[in-house]
Design a protein. Structure first.
Ligand code: ADP
Ligand code: MG
Length: 352
């Protein structure tokens, strides 16, 4: 039968996309400057994420994949000012329960050898062996959902849609992260490995966008830099926890957007990207506001949007769902009103 552990794990790791997000965020948390994501059969056979980050110390091998073991959170107050992506220690433990899971890690840059760690379904360390490795960590997830047949079938049935979402999300990380090389490749069956895209450790999101979406994208893009100031309110429901009376909320939205005159046809979701403090996320209400303004200028097309919303960590909540996919923005309606005004001003200031 299915254990409680397996059922709970299915709430953190809900699909292919959550696997990829958790592993990439772990690599970023580990200080990697190079992240290589390799799929076999679109992830149905395996997903491997290799990084050149800090690696895992031997004293953490035993507890690595146990539930709620994390090296990242030291005090409760850290929860409100989260700097790292991870903090719950649930991803690796969940992956043990939901796949054939192993890790290869190597601490020192000059060591020619690393350690391969294999785990039991419970997250208990099964054994270690010495293997060839470079500095950093490789996490290998094989046969995802092999022990949840219904979930596995669902994944196989929806693989095309899932795959598009996964590649879209990886493109988002690759574009937003400055100075980090991303490479994403896929191998179908026994076929040749093909690289889907790679970034070069660029110093700007523009260069990243060129690497991921091609140079042609740039011809239509203008710089997005909106400063929204929300006047102070007195109602406690609109105040975030540490906001002083009379303190303004400042929100900056930076990135790139199509100039309305350059239509690009209908955009697919992977070309309409939103981030909150560099964390990729779906923000349907914000997208709707962008589309509304853009449509007033160019009714037949939609915009390429790359928008990072920078705001105080107290002004949103990422911890509403275990998969961290839902983000709640405080005082969202007032923010959207200001956003539409600022975006209209930006478009008005362009020469056509
Ligand atoms: P969390 O990220 O919430 O801490 P995870 O289950 O994702 O929990 O990871 C558990 C622990 O494993 C992390 O706290 C970290 O110490 C270690 N870890 C995971 N991935 C990596 C990696 N790529 N490089 C170094 N350490 C890692
Ligand atoms: Mg994590």
């Amino acid at each position: 039968g299915r254990s409680v552990h397996q059922i709970q794990s299915g709430q953190v790791i809900v699909d292919l996309c959550s696997v990829v997000k958790e592993l990439v965020e772990n690599s970023l948390d580990a200080g990697a400057t190079s992240i290589d994501v390799r799929f076999k059969n679109q992830g149905l056979d395996s997903i491997e994420v290799q990084d050149n980050g800090g690696g895992i110390s031997p004293q953490n091998y035993e507890t690595l994949a146990l539930k709620h073991h994390t090296s990242k959170l030291s005090t409760y107050s850290d929860l409100t000012t989260l700097q790292t992506f991870g903090f719950r220690g649930e991803a690796l433990s969940s992956l043990c329960a939901l796949s054939h899971f192993s890790v290869i890690t190597c601490l020192a840059a000059d060591a020619p050898k690393g350690t391969k760690l294999e785990f039991e379904v419970s997250g208990k360390l099964k054994g270690t062996s010495v293997v060839a490795a470079q500095k950093g960590t490789t996490v290998i997830v094989e046969n995802l959902f092999n022990n949840l047949p219904v979930r596995r079938q669902e994944l196989q049935r929806n693989i095309k849609r899932e795959w598009n979402r996964v590649i879209g999300v990886l493109g988002q990380y690759a574009c937003i992260q400055i100075g980090i090389k991303f490479s994403v490749s896929q191998q179908a069956g026994k076929g040749k490995k093909t690289t889907l895209f790679s970034t070069k450790g660029n110093q700007s999101t523009r260069e990243n966008i060129v690497n991921v979406f091609g140079a042609k994208t740039l011809t239509s893009l203008i710089t997005l830099d909106l400063n929204l100031e929300l006047e102070p309110t007195s109602g406690p429901s609109q105040r975030w926890s540490t906001q002083e009376d009379g303190e303004k909320k400042e929100i900056r939205i930076v990135g790139h957007i199509s100039r309305p005159a350059y239509g690009e046809g209908r955009q697919t979701p992977d070309r309409q990207m939103f981030f909150v403090n560099a964390r990729p996320c779906g923000l349907p209400q914000v997208l709707k506001a962008f589309n509304e303004v853009y449509k007033a200028y160019n009714a037949s097309q939609s915009a390429f949007i790359f928008a990072n919303i920078e705001l105080d960590t107290h002004m949103y909540d990422v911890n509403v769902s275990p998969d961290k996919r839902t983000i709640l923005l405080h005082d969202q309606n007032r923010m959207l009103e200001n956003l539409k005004v600022a975006l209209t001003e930006l478009f008005e200031s362009q020469d056509y």
